[in-house]
Design a protein around this ligand. Structure first.
Ligand SMILES: NC(=O)c1ccc[n+]([C@@H]2O[C@H](COP(=O)([O-])OP(=O)(O)OC[C@H]3O[C@@H](n4cnc5c(N)ncnc54)[C@H](O)[C@@H]3O)[C@@H](O)[C@H]2O)c1
Length: 468
């Protein structure tokens, strides 16, 4: 068996050397029948699948927050709303002393005990050495996400990482391999899966209201003109100036992957991407960075086909003169959901009954159901994990409440020793779009295979579900 694996690896290496000059990516790749295929490394001895992984229950989850910029401050303001017997903040960390001081002040104003402060580029390492930290919550710029999370898992900590958790395929594999080796949770903080429309539509999808979903759309379309200068050391524009592709795919991609049961009965198979050239991105870069080139196109579109022949479209545009949209649409054999433009619409092949979509009357001309029916359906299909905490989450806030729902669920699952709502394979799959779209774009919009991060187990679980 070992010899056979060696033989396969050598064949792969031969293929790689034949085309290495053409494919510029962070993992070995080769071309098979016109499709670019990146290497799936064999699972190393000592690693095991993280599907349905559950850790020992933790009575009070002790959290260390790394990264206290714009988002990190918002995160902190949510974390102080946990019941202190369930979750409490024990340490905070940032490169900038002023950010740490601001964080300490927020905690003091809330009348809570001061978390231990850590300041400096590598101060997270000392923080990870603390025996009283259960969860390291990473809210830095993108390039620090994976290194900090990997280090923390190696020190025995569970990790929650802001989006995107990884920016390259090599980083996606690092997260998967480290979680599998250390048996620590690695959850990406994809908050949009908890937004109310998406969460209710997921339940409707699971109960068959849309029939079989065969096409779904997601996007991150958000003009960031107001904010480019506010990021620490200009990290975001700098990243986009260097890297072509969909650099921020997960808000659009995550919710539709859940609806299509990705790695729970279906898997992402092949993608192709196309983009425009840079127009407004380049203008910003000229003005802010004084450079004359910009890698990321203003608008990037990625099409992904699944093993079960479903299609997904993911778009990215943070430059456009247009309203915010994450698109979020589901097309099924019996119905359709579309969130944007807000307040969204639902459409079915049969007239919905009073509180669900099962009715006897066939609809001939498809229109969105009236707003009142839509709203009552969305409310009726609120998943049970949200129902009990919706009001509290709306009060604490964070994008209307979805951020706090995410935090509460994370803490609940850790406290009860349950599998988390999003596992390390979700993180890797959703983030892999960053580099996979780049590979497609840089190789004449070529088809690229999406690696199976579960290494063959994508069909073991039958459908997405929350652990309760
Ligand atoms: N999920 C969402 O809705 C959402 C919304 C906004 C931002 N984000 C994500 O949050 C992250 C932070 O974004 P932001 O807008 O706060 O950026 P920011 O520039 O305001 O903050 C980044 C912070 O990270 C700190 N930092 C950098 N390197 C560090 C290190 N080695 N150790 C400790 N701290 C370090 C910086 O000092 C800065 O305070 C990004 O990943 C972004 O994509 C997510």
């Amino acid at each position: 068996m070992k010899l056979f694996r060696l033989f396969i690896a050598s064949l792969f290496a031969l293929g790689l050397s034949a085309c290495a000059s053409k494919i510029d990516c962070t993992v070995p790749a080769r071309i098979v029948d016109g499709t670019i295929v990146t290497q799936v490394p064999p699972r190393a001895p000592g690693q095991a699948s993280m599907l349905r992984f559950a850790a020992e229950p933790i009575d009070t989850v002790r959290i260390a927050l790394v990264g206290l910029g714009m988002r990190g401050t918002g995160t902190l303001k949510r974390l102080i709303h946990h019941d202190q017997s369930e979750a409490r903040l024990v340490a905070v960390c940032d490169v900038l002393e002023e950010n740490v001081n601001k964080a300490l002040q927020i905690v003091a104003d809330a009348g809570l005990p001061a978390p231990a402060p850590y300041i400096g580029e590598e101060a997270y390492k000392e923080l990870c050495a603390r025996p009283d930290v259960d969860l390291v919550y990473v809210v830095t710029d993108w390039i620090h996400h994976t290194p900090i999370a990997v280090y923390a898992m190696e020190q025995g900590k569970h990790v929650a990482i802001e989006v995107p958790a990884a920016t390259t395929l090599a980083e996606c594999w690092q997260l998967v391999d480290t979680a599998e080796k250390t048996r620590r949770h690695c959850m990406m903080l994809e908050n949009c899966v908890y937004d109310f429309f998406e969460a209710s539509c997921l339940k409707m999808a699971q109960e068959g209201q849309f029939g079989e979903i065969y096409y779904a759309e997601g996007a991150y379309i958000h003009n960031l003109d107001h904010g480019w200068r506010r990021y620490y050391k200009n990290w975001r524009l700098d990243f986009n100036s260097k890297f072509r592709g969909d650099n921020y795919p997960t808000h659009g991609f995550g919710p539709i992957c859940q609806a299509l049961n990705i790695h729970r009965g279906d898997r992402l198979r092949t993608l192709v991407a196309m983009d425009t050239r840079s127009f407004r991105g380049l203008e910003h870069a000229r003005e802010i960075m004084g450079v004359d080139s910009f890698a990321e196109g203003d608008h990037t579109v990625t099409l992904v086909r699944t093993e079960k022949d479903k299609l997904m479209k993911v778009e990215h545009n943070v430059y456009g003169i247009r309203p915010y949209s994450r698109m979020y649409s589901l097309s099924g054999t019996k119905g359709y959901a579309q969130k944007y433009p807000l307040p969204g619409g639902l459409c079915f092949s049969q007239k919905p009954g009073s509180d669900d979509a099962r009715g006897s009357e066939i609809v001939e001309h498809f229109e969105f159901v009236p707003a009142q029916v839509r709203d009552s359906l969305l409310a009726a299909y609120r998943p049970s994990i949200i129902k009990g905490i919706e009001e509290r989450a709306r009060k604490v806030g964070g994008h209307g409440g979805m951020d706090f729902i995410m935090d509460l669920r994370l803490v609940y699952c850790l406290r009860h020793g349950l599998p988390l709502d999003m596992d390390v394979y979700d993180a890797a799959e959703w983030c892999s779009l960053c580099e996979l779209s780049r590979i497609s774009l840089n190789n004449g919009f070529a088809p690229v295979e999406v690696p199976d991060f579960t290494r063959g187990d994508w069909n073991v679980i039958d459908g997405y579900s929350y652990a309760e």
